[in-house]
Design a protein around this ligand. Structure first.
Ligand SMILES: Cc1ncc(C[n+]2csc(CCOP(=O)(O)OP(=O)(O)O)c2C)c(N)n1
Length: 671
């Protein structure tokens, strides 16, 4: 008995094994429809874990969908947060939410965020998305249940690649040490992770012997055999005196032949044709109202777009990227500049790149692409950011040039103490790439959007920090940091394509800002601007200055254009690509010459704003001078799922928001 009415203790519904099998199959179909509607998300792992999900939510765990916080319920923790769509269809089928609503997955303000958020959706126990944390939460819940003399079970769902995180083994040791027989962990052993086979990326087997050595009871099942699954769960519930782990052998992409055992389907949704083919294979063509669901997703999106546009500042015309005359730009992601530099400079025998299972998308694997002779200097560390960071220090101590990279939130937050003590205190020559930073991972949601990384990186003594404004500058900056700059260094990169506003001739001097000025009308946006080193710039007593870094530089340029066209204001844009050491003189001169300074960062307000205001506060040249300041950035909140450019609007980090602020400040200046 699983789904029960907690008030009466009566079963809401009892599923037979056959019914569970059928439900799992149908859940696979809904999963694929929602992924298709979202246009992103994880097909492979959601399909491999679906039988486990159906068994747990519909039969094994004691849950009351009408009373999601019922004190005696079993807890189910999704440590593998990227499998959120499987969780959501599980909750839908169990009656926690309307299954049709799941189709709003990964859209702005949806309850169905890219990674689960317990504050948005009843039935989700805790928020997750950063791998390797769930089992520790389970330990806390299990100990708490023991204190309260509660009998419920705590299930924790993990992946096999996830076992590479050291924290998993800390928690495994704790659960064994405390004899937590109220924990039942399930590992979805599909043998694949992002970069390929688990055994090749970083072997985790033999998991049975490892867990047994930590004092766990180990059960093996075929994770697609419903009868075996149910029996294993029943058995696990009876184990006394130790925690239980169920090792479930599964197939990534299970049920759809062209997805099965293919690493590329890890983080990919089916397109419309692939969806049709998948549903046909699953025998679900007639059983899921696909068009109705896709239309529901479309109308939800239309509503979000309407709401978002209604909040945007308005000007005389649409000045958005590529919206007609003067706004034409080419776009590419800055992360690709990083890969280009590694590809070009990789013959230097000192360079060693450490992979952390996100190698293709952050482009660190460009280092060895087509260059088998470099493969020996490619070290796959698995999903183990903390160890990889300290290992990089080992390489640096031996005179190598180590490079590590991941989503910024994993390469500059998960491993913060390793960066602080091992890298920075020792002043080691380690290049850290914080890729997919800012809002640019869009639909993945808040867990994956690093909006705080610069606080920590800039706060570390010895660390240098560069945030390139486009792909060209990213390549130049990577090359400089890699080969010329010695010491701890952080480069922040975006996932989404952003405007290319520099070229080969544009100066890039580490630690020196560029001044960008709007000069003329031009069909191509970039041709309207002139750029020089701030050191070489002669004061033109502009009306205001905007100091920006990263992809906010093109936004600042667009703001300059809006301000000139609509208000006749002249703007000095400073491209502050190097945040540390910052170009103090360029900042002070901009303040002195224009009297109005706005900072613009795709980050919580402060990494740039507070640094700049610190300089302005300390500057003797500015004593007694009137100065009007404003700051554009994220206002002390987490992000949300949504398309990257939607989030630029939602989090108020667009050119329109900069221009609106400028107009407000200029009114004050004119008083
Ligand atoms: C701490 C952390 N590092 C990296 C990632 C990015 N990431 C998401 S899924 C994944 C691979 C997970 O592999 P596995 O546990 O085997 O899951 P499955 O293959 O079943 O999807 C990685 C590296 C993350 N979410 N959290």
């Amino acid at each position: 008995m699983a789904l029960i009415d907690s008030a009466t203790g009566k079963a809401i519904r009892n599923y037979s094994i056959e019914q569970l099998k059928d439900a799992a199959n149908l859940m696979r179909g809904y999963d694929l429809v929602t992924l298709c509607a979202a246009g992103s998300g994880h097909a492979g792992g959601t399909l491999s874990i679906m039988d486990i999900t159906a068994a747990l939510y519909l039969h094994v765990a004691q849950l009351d969908p009408k009373n999601p916080n019922w004190a005696d319920r079993d807890r189910i923790l999704w440590s593998a947060g990227h499998k959120a769509p499987a969780l959501y269809v599980g909750l839908g089928f169990a009656g926690f939410c309307d299954i049709d609503d799941v189709v709003t997955l990964r859209k702005l303000h949806s309850r169905f965020q890219g990674h689960p958020h317990w504050l948005k959706l009843p039935g989700v126990e805790v928020s997750s998305g950063s791998l390797g944390q769930g089992l520790s939460v389970a330990v806390g819940m299990a100990l708490s249940a023991r204190l309260d003399e509660k009998k419920h079970k705590i299930f924790c769902l993990m992946g096999d690649g996830e076992q590479q995180e050291g924290q998993v083994w800390e928690a495994a040791m704790e659960a064994g040490h405390f004899h937590l027989d109220n924990i039942i962990a399930v590992i979805d052993v599909n043998r694949l992770q992002i970069d390929g086979w688990v055994k090749d990326v970083m072997e985790v087997q033999p998991l049975d012997q490892k867990y047994a050595a930590f004092g766990w009871e180990v059960l093996h099942v075929d994770g697609h055999d419903m009868k075996q699954l149910v029996e294993a769960f029943d058995k696990a519930k009876t184990v006394v005196g130790k925690p239980v782990v169920i090792l479930a052998d599964t197939v990534k992409g299970k049920g759809v032949s062209f997805m099965e055992n293919v690493a590329g389907w890890h983080g990919k949704p089916p397109n419309r044709e692939e969806l049709t083919a998948s549903l046909k294979e699953l025998g679900l063509t007639e059983r899921i109202p696909v068009e109705q669901l896709l239309n529901k997703a479309k109308s939800y999106q239309a509503e979000m777009t309407r709401e978002l546009e209604a909040k945007m500042p308005r000007f005389s015309r649409d000045f958005w990227w590529n919206a007609g005359d003067a706004m034409k730009v080419k776009m590419e992601p800055t992360r690709k500049g990083f890969g280009k530099s590694l590809a070009k400079n990789g013959d230097d025998e000192r360079i060693v790149c450490l992979g952390m299972d996100i190698s293709g998308s952050i482009t660190i694997s460009d280092f060895y692409a087509g260059k088998p002779e470099r493969k020996k200097r490619w070290i796959s560390m698995g999903i183990a950011e903390q160890s990889a960071t300290a290992a990089a220090v080992g390489f640096a101590r031996e005179g190598k040039l180590p490079v590590i990279g991941s989503y910024a939130t994993f390469s500059a937050a998960r491993n913060l103490d390793q960066i602080r003590v091992s890298v920075c205190y020792g002043n080691f020559n380690v290049l850290i790439a914080g890729a997919h930073a800012g809002v640019s991972v869009g639909p993945d949601g808040a867990t994956h959007q690093a909006l705080e990384d610069l606080f920590a990186m800039m706060g570390m003594p010895n660390m240098s920090v560069v945030v390139p404004c486009d792909i060209v500058e990213a390549r130049k900056a990577t090359t400089h940091l890699l080969l010329k700059h010695v010491g701890p260094k952080y480069i922040r990169l975006a996932r989404e394509a952003t405007p290319i506003v520099t070229d080969e001739k544009t100066p890039f001097v580490f630690g020196k800002a560029n001044v960008i000025r709007l000069r003329k009308e031009a069909a191509d946006f970039v041709d309207a601007f002139e750029t020089c080193l701030a050191d070489d710039y002669k004061n033109e007593s502009e009306d205001l200055s905007i100091i920006a870094c990263g992809p906010m530089v093109p936004e600042a340029m667009r703001a300059a254009l809006i301000l000139k066209r609509d208000y006749g204001y002249e703007t000095r844009v400073l491209n502050m690509h190097t945040l540390k050491p910052i170009d103090t003189e360029a900042v002070i001169r901009a303040a002195q010459d224009t009297g109005v300074v706005i900072t613009a960062e795709e980050h919580q307000i402060g990494a740039l704003a507070w640094r700049v205001s610190g300089l302005l506060t300390e500057s003797k040249q500015l004593y007694g001078k009137p100065l009007i300041t404003g700051a554009i950035g994220v206002k002390d909140r987490f992000g949300d799922s949504g398309a990257p450019w939607e989030l630029v609007k939602e989090l108020e980090v667009s050119a329109e928001h900069i221009a609106q602020k400028a107009v407000e400040l200029m009114k004050v200046k004119k008083r």
